[in-house]
Write a protein that binds this ligand. Structure first.
Ligand SMILES: Cc1cc2nc3c(=O)[nH]c(=O)nc-3n(C[C@H](O)[C@H](O)[C@H](O)COP(=O)(O)O)c2cc1C
Length: 207
């Protein structure tokens, strides 16, 4: 367990060799074992195989970047924002070169009690309504990533593309799935540099 947890890193460069389909299925099966609120199992893995769909996403991302760059041209800290946009784009675009690409989303079938109370007019705007499903996505992805690590596959979760593609749901021919992130997978073609984790004392509190 320690070996898998400590060895896992986000991988953004992959060899061209496609991983065995059976392994990808094993990773999804590991994701499916995650706990979820009221056992609702709201997480969906949408494999993006169609070259036409990939190109449509890529094009939407490029358009989003151009729109953003134009919009911030006259902003107060335009240069700094521009550099951020470019960096986020770099940390998005590699997903189109990955052998395996998923959009990960949640179905709207799970309705928490706090959401029900909000709908009944008994709660303020349900600003935290995504909390349960977001936790479920994270837990499912952790199973997916660690199973991949065990098999020798690298992965990376991406939310940066959603800065550029604000409504990915309009591109996907799927009803009722809210896209939360993308995830790439393949045989690693890089060994990322060491990155320090925060100290235990910064993370841990006793009250
Ligand atoms: C919710 C989430 C969103 C992320 N989005 C991106 C992304 O859009 N692009 C990217 O290259 N990495 C992304 N990452 C990967 C993080 O940058 C990475 O996990 C972090 O730098 C720690 O590195 P490590 O995963 O190698 O330990 C994301 C990770 C998480 C958990």
């Amino acid at each position: 367990m320690d070996k898998l947890i400590h060895g896992r890193r986000s991988i953004r460069k992959y060899t061209q060799e496609p991983p065995p389909e059976e392994w990808i299925k094993k990773m999804i099966l590991a994701a499916m074992r995650a706990p979820s609120p009221t056992h609702s199992q709201p997480v969906r893995f949408i494999r993006i195989l169609s070259p036409a769909l990939k190109e449509e996403l890529h094009e939407a991302m490029r358009r989003g970047r151009e729109n953003l760059l134009q919009a911030i041209a006259h902003a107060a800290s335009a240069n700094r924002l521009k550099n951020w946009v470019k960096a986020y784009f770099r940390y998005s675009e590699f997903m189109f070169h990955a052998p395996v690409l998923f959009a990960v989303g949640t179905t709207a079938t799970f309705v928490s009690l706090s959401e029900r109370l909000f709908r009944a007019g008994m709660r303020e705007q349900g600003h935290k309504k995504h909390r349960d499903v977001d936790i479920a996505v994270g837990l499912a992805l952790k199973g997916y990533l660690l199973k991949g690590e065990e098999l020798g596959l690298g992965s990376c979760i991406l939310t940066a593309p959603l800065i550029f593609i604000e409504d990915p749901e309009t591109i996907f021919p799927l009803k009722g799935v809210e896209i939360k992130c993308f995830v790439t997978t393949g045989y690693p073609d890089e060994e990322p540099d060491y990155i320090k984790r925060k100290d235990f004392d910064e993370i841990y509190r006793e009250l």
